[in-house]
Design a protein around this ligand. Structure first.
Ligand code: GDP
Ligand code: IMO
Ligand code: MG
Length: 422
């Protein structure tokens, strides 16, 4: 059996949570493989909205295992809060959730260092969610980190104190930042108790046993390809591999087990935080997209930057992850527009290109746009692709042809049922 993968192809917030929730009944396991509580995945059904940060988006379905893999970084405080709010919503989360022993822990001092380092960057700040992601992955690769499994072994308290002392020494490099370490530490220790009561697994054996039993697994990406630590708009990126390759190291599955790679893109483009965004619209169009798309961060509430769809960027993401099918979300946000634009190429260094330059931060790029007619009608009664207005079909078919990958899903609203499957 195989692991299908679902990934964001832009700068995050493409609607991954919604589509994973829709697809979940077709799978036995939904697994997160990277990122941490910097993610905010929104699910809307039964008139309710839920936002998940660390817990996979399959959690609302019966008979389904939700696995948080070794590649994810865990803040026990956020996780405990998420578990509590799911309990209140009547979800038997502890029965459905497994957590990798090898997943690294976000300490309160990781969050402190994140905040202090960002503040010290001044104008060059990345716009981090300040969830401690960067410092935690630094400790992981620097071989200093603490892992979930350590919390149940002797000597944990000493390891914690020694890492905290290291962090406090490092913190002296930065001007002081407001942070109640005593209170945060107390909350953290309390939350560890909840974490210890979860089903802790050696996720690499766990997942390969499930594969051997013929179970179907869906790997749920966080962030998007352009925030990938290697291939994104560095240094304005997150600290994990958000592309399909991250699934193998973040869960312990071999590349030969990867099946379909479902890439998600909005029908336009957004980014939250700093960094290059070639098709950004710092004008009425951008404001229109933000308003219609309710483009405010699910984790931080920050307004998202908005712009047109960017084909050079999308082709790059599709190439990096070997995407086999596309899901296009938020097409309804474009309903009222008379015309819609897509950047088909970039002009830079005196030529027209589909290829991204080495450094988007320093290259002067002029996107070249093609204009499409809008459909100027609601899509709320549309139940299948063929019922979409002609102009919407033309728009989608153009994307499909240019990228060379079939569009299998089109999302027409935030609710679970607002999805056209081809
Ligand atoms: P994720 O991080 O990729 O899971 O995406 P987010 O949840 O951060 O952001 C996507 C936002 O768009 C959420 O508020 C969703 O409820 C909403 N959404 C998802 N799909 C659609 C859609 O097709 N149309 C509209 N209007 N909203 C959508
Ligand atoms: P989901 O899974 C959008 C952005 C932050 C910042 C940069 C680094 O909901 O799509 P970090 O906290 O990782 O140090 O922030 O990455 N970022 C996201 N933007 N969606 C996300 O996740 C994001 N996770 C991080 O805004 O620019
Ligand atoms: Mg999000």
């Amino acid at each position: 059996m195989v692991v299908d993968v679902l990934l964001g192809l832009q700068w995050g917030d493409e609607g991954k949570g919604k589509v994973v929730d829709y697809l979940a009944p077709q799978y036995d396991v939904v697994a997160r493989f990277q990122g941490g509580p910097n993610a905010g995945h929104t699910l809307v059904f039964g008139g309710q909205k839920y936002v998940l940060h660390t817990i996979p988006s399959g959690i609302f379905h019966d008979n389904l295992i939700n696995l948080i893999g070794n590649g994810v970084v865990i803040d026990p405080i956020t996780l405990a809060k998420e578990i509590e709010s799911l309990h209140q919503a009547g979800v038997p989360v502890v029965e459905r959730l497994c957590l990798a022993r090898k997943a690294h822990l976000i300490l309160p001092t990781h969050r402190y260092l994140d905040a202090a380092a960002e503040a010290a960057k001044g104008k060059a700040r990345i716009g981090s969610t300040l969830k401690g992601i960067g410092p935690t992955y630094m400790d992981k690769t620097g071989r200093n980190g603490l892992r979930v499994g350590d919390t149940t072994t002797a000597g944990f308290e000493d390891k914690y104190q020694s890492l905290k002392a290291k962090h406090l020494a490092l913190a002296k490099m930065y001007p002081e930042t407001a942070f109640d370490l005593v209170q945060e530490e107390a909350r953290w220790m309390e939350s560890l108790e909840i974490l210890r009561r979860l089903q802790l697994v050696d996720s690499e054996y766990f997942i390969n046993d499930l594969l051997a039993q013929g179970k179907k697994i869906l790997a749920e990406g966080a962030q998007g390809a352009m925030l990938d630590i290697d291939f994104g708009t560095y240094p304005y990126v997150t600290s994990s591999n958000t592309i399909a390759a991250g699934v193998c190291t973040g869960l312990g599955v071999a590349p030969s087990h990867i099946g379909e790679v479902i890439g998600i893109t909005k029908a336009y483009c957004t980014r939250v935080g700093a960094g290059p965004f070639p098709t950004e619209q710092l004008n009425e169009t951008g404001e229109f997209l933000r308003r219609e798309g309710k483009e405010f961060g699910a984790t931080t509430g920050r307004p998202r930057r908005c712009g047109w769809l960017d084909l050079p960027q999308l082709c790059y993401s599709v190439m990096l992850s070997g995407v086999t099918q596309l899901a296009v979300t938020k097409i309804d946000v474009l309903n009222a527009l008379e015309t819609i634009q897509i950047a088909t190429h970039y002009r830079y260094d005196g030529h027209l290109a589909r290829q991204l330059p080495y450094d988007l931060n320093v290259t002067d790029i002029e996107p070249v746009y093609q204009t499409f007619s809008g459909w100027q009608q609601s899509l709320s009664s549309v139940r299948q692709f063929e019922m979409l207005p002609n102009a919407a079909q033309v728009y989608l078919q153009f994307i499909e042809q240019e990228i060379g990958i079939p569009i299998r899903m089109v999302s027409t609203g935030p609710e679970r049922e607002s999805l056209l499957v081809r």
